[in-house]
Design a protein around this ligand. Sequence first.
Ligand code: N01
Length: 545
Amino acid sequence: MTQTTSENPNIDVIVVGAGFAGMYALHKFRGLGLRTQVLESGNDVGGTWYWNRYPGARCDVPSVEYSYSFDKDLEQEWNWTEIMAAQPEILEYANHVADRFDLRDDIKFQTRVVSTVYDESSNRWAVTTDSGEEYTARFCVMATGCLSVPNTPSIDGQEEFAGPVYHTGNWPEGGVDFSNCVVGLIGTGSSGIQSIPVIAEQAKHLTVFQRTPNYTMPAANAPLKTDFLQQAKANYPSIRAEQRASQVGIVGYGFGFGGAENVEPTEEIRQTSQAERQRLVEEEGFLAIRRYADVALDEEANELACEMYREQVRRMIKDPATAEALMPRDYPMGCKRPVIDTDYYETFNRDNVTLVDLRQGGIEEITEAGVQTAQGHYAFDVLVYATGFDAMTGALGKIDIRGRDNTALTEYWEAGPRTYLGLQVVGFPNFFTVTGPGSPSVLSNMIVSIEQHIDWIAQCISDLDERGVQSIEATPAAEEEWIAHVNEVAQNTMFTAKSCNSWYLGANIPGKPRIFMPYVGGVGVYREKCDEVARNGYAGFELRA
Ligand code: N01
């Protein structure tokens, strides 16, 4: 039954998505007295952590930092059990938050938004769902996630495969039992690297199809000690303040990246002899690379670190041909999203694991019984795609979003996403993107960036209402200037190195414009800029009474 707009004339804000962003948005907006409706396609809350239930799924940000800061009691009452939490624990946390703040009352589940259209005369957004319901609201907040549209590559014959097919980004709720299964898995990004060791332990045999070897560092995960947790809780005010002012929203309280000891890179790899580098690899393995500051800044220094990396792969893998196949070459370390793993390389020493290096001959087609490559046919009875996402713009692109003059967002973004501060788009008044392209987003601890965006949007709506302003829209000049700034700071980083292909650039999706999407300037600097804009009466936005 179609719900007409007249049945819900008082909604202030529609929030699309009930992941960590949508959940906090609902709580925050409600607190301001704004009537808020959240629409979510899944059966429950959790977003990323709801969909990505694949074996081995785990966060790579330490738990005490990958958690909400908005409620002091919540901080104190929740007890993380590991340095970096696994997916079930994070989903449990999301459910706890939903229960604690009665969020489900205003979330409509199993409801996919298909279009959202701005009506200039009423200054409202009309949001239509897959069941034909229509809602209208003054503001539309897209909490649709940055990695929420799984990418399944188009491969000849893929419909022919006779067995079950799974995607890591859309894993069945009940899990998958791989025991006695022969499994084929395509993709060696974070999801593949996390799931491969766990699937290999369960399955009769696992064949991994790898197109590009990745750089991955070992996670030093472990149970969290009670006294550490108590100490962290006591220090939360300063941890949170530091996170907000930091580069990536992580301060390394107790632990650095991947749960390892926090090491400040201070040395120059170019000043280190080959013999010294070799000695360090022998003593410290991959972690030896963390000491060098120039690796992130200079491609030649980076290549020296890559050599150290490859040497450690050589040392870890028994079969020299497999070792060679696992060595990343031709692109710098740090160009793609860093990966951390548990027993990834060790897995390739198992008898029941085969690595197919697609650089030696790619996939030609998927057959009824497996994968045909230029190197031969590989048979299996279950196929897993660990092939990533249409990142940052994918979820917005799937919704028919139309702003002033019926302009489609996909049209406006034809040459790549354009935003002011990653928060708003010219031509789309009262429409906000949470952790959108042009903001630190995926380069940061997402919860820190989510809270910052929601707090900013909430303050903005509240300020507009106080001043009797009906609509807010980024100006073309401000948007242009912001894009230029985003591009400028991304230059001369490993992210935009010539040889780099990453989903940050949209390079994983055929036909997607190649543009570096997130803001490299850092969450602290970015927060300052957003706050300054607000302090200056929302400079760069046009406010209409
Ligand atoms: O996806 P990816 P992901 N034939 O795009 C391969 C976050 N995350 O889901 O590199 C063969 O990184 C592709 O090969 P190539 C995190 O931000 C976080 O693993 O394009 N192979 C690549 O190997 C992460 O970065 C966590 O040559 C094909 C793989 O599939 C992001 O999600 C955990 C192919 C895709 O890798 C995405 O990670 C998991 C084809 N046709 C995810 N098409 C943590 O917090 C694609 N590939 C730890």
